[in-house]
Write a protein that binds this ligand. Sequence first.
Ligand code: NAD
Length: 455
Amino acid sequence: MQTFDLIVIGGGPGGYPLAARMARQGKKVAIVDNEAEFGGTCLNWGCIPTKALLASAGNFHLLKHAGEFGLSCADAGFDWAKIIERKNNITLQLRQGIIKMLEKAGVTLFKGIARLYKDRVVKVSGYDEPLHSEKICLAVGSVPAAPAVFPTNRDIFWTSNEALHADAVPESLLVVGGGVIGIELGQVFAEFGCKVCIVEMMPQILPGLDNATAKRLMPVFKKSGMEIMTGKKVDSLCEKNGRALATIDGVEREFAKVLIAVGRRVNMSFMHETDVHIETERGLIKTGSDYQTTEPGVYAIGDAIKGPMLAHKASYDAMILAAQWQGKTVVADYSLVPSCVYTHPEIAWVGQSEDTLKANGVSYKTGRSLFSANGKALTAGAGDGQIKTLIADDGKLLGAVIWGPEASNIINEATMLAQFGITDHDFSMMIHPHPTLSEAFMEAVENASGSGVHG
Ligand code: NAD
């Protein structure tokens, strides 16, 4: 039996930073994942491949609208196979980088599927000798949830995994679920000429986004070529002559493909046919504030536990757990985990939403600024969008929502203000370079107290 101080199961954005941090502190650390899965869902099946496709889609959009910049591009076209190849090369490059980084940090890599047994024994497929460790961390991530009521022929009824490896742009696509995956991937296919129809059962798209912004974005997304239905259900789905037949709100429609994007569930394969029992709560691995599961010495982080299923939240968990193991008194606080949607335009939000503040009777001031009044946005041809800030009576930021260019970068200013309790007055003393998109955020903060130059 090989022994370690720590075995990390899962090489995603939760697992690999934890393994590297602990190895650099002199611990004997092993990490287990399939060779093609290092980097996790984020790198191989989620954030990065989607962003690569969105970048191709965004640039194709620019080519089609070159005339707006005084440019001509008579023959804008695309090669889907090359778009997929580019995406694959990016993920491969990043995956190899992570593997090299782990090796350099002194982590022992096991390439296979791990099964966890009682008393912290781990067996890895392809390796004869079992492993044992003082501590084990389950950084096992999540997989697409595909409810049993939906057909399982993955040639037609895709999850995000199949959509990211599509060999062609389908003529039409039904997207079940108007969450982040549905909207991001829907937009990619719509940009390349696919007739996309998104059906969301809740009254608004993008759960967690404030209601007013979600409503405001509906015409924006419709303009980008997507048909979006909210408050509607797909009553039935079946296969007919190699196509998908769907009944949506009582109306029968046919599609070439269907993307099922109704959320994700924890990947529990580590305890498939083993003798260990790790308790779950509403489908998530139960952990305390020390990240320990119901099995002593076994910890869990990332998508597998409470909190948003986001790569940066998993890395945050890894950082907090490593600090706790170093003896620091820190606990996770998920109140300021930024959410980002990488569509065109981008959407990002952090902290409390206006809906929550109203529901809780919290007193706040609202500040706004429009990208149409921001020089950098207009010169970039990205004047659509706005920023909303929610500021407490003491001048501290409670939350912010941005839709428009580089929203996913600008949101960091909001997170920093809220995290460190910086008041709107102190923030207005910070010099923002001109012309930048970040000036629009400063305007939105100043606007809340009426001190903004542009009103
Ligand atoms: P989600 O939870 O964001 O959205 C799923 C949507 O499907 C919800 O709006 C839900 O109401 C709807 N839905 C559920 N069942 C339905 C049905 N039968 N008919 C119609 N609508 C239905 O889930 P997702 O979009 O699958 O994403 C999964 C996870 O991955 C999320 O936690 C998300 O945050 C994360 N993710 C993040 C990013 C990003 O950060 N940019 C990108 C992709 C995924």
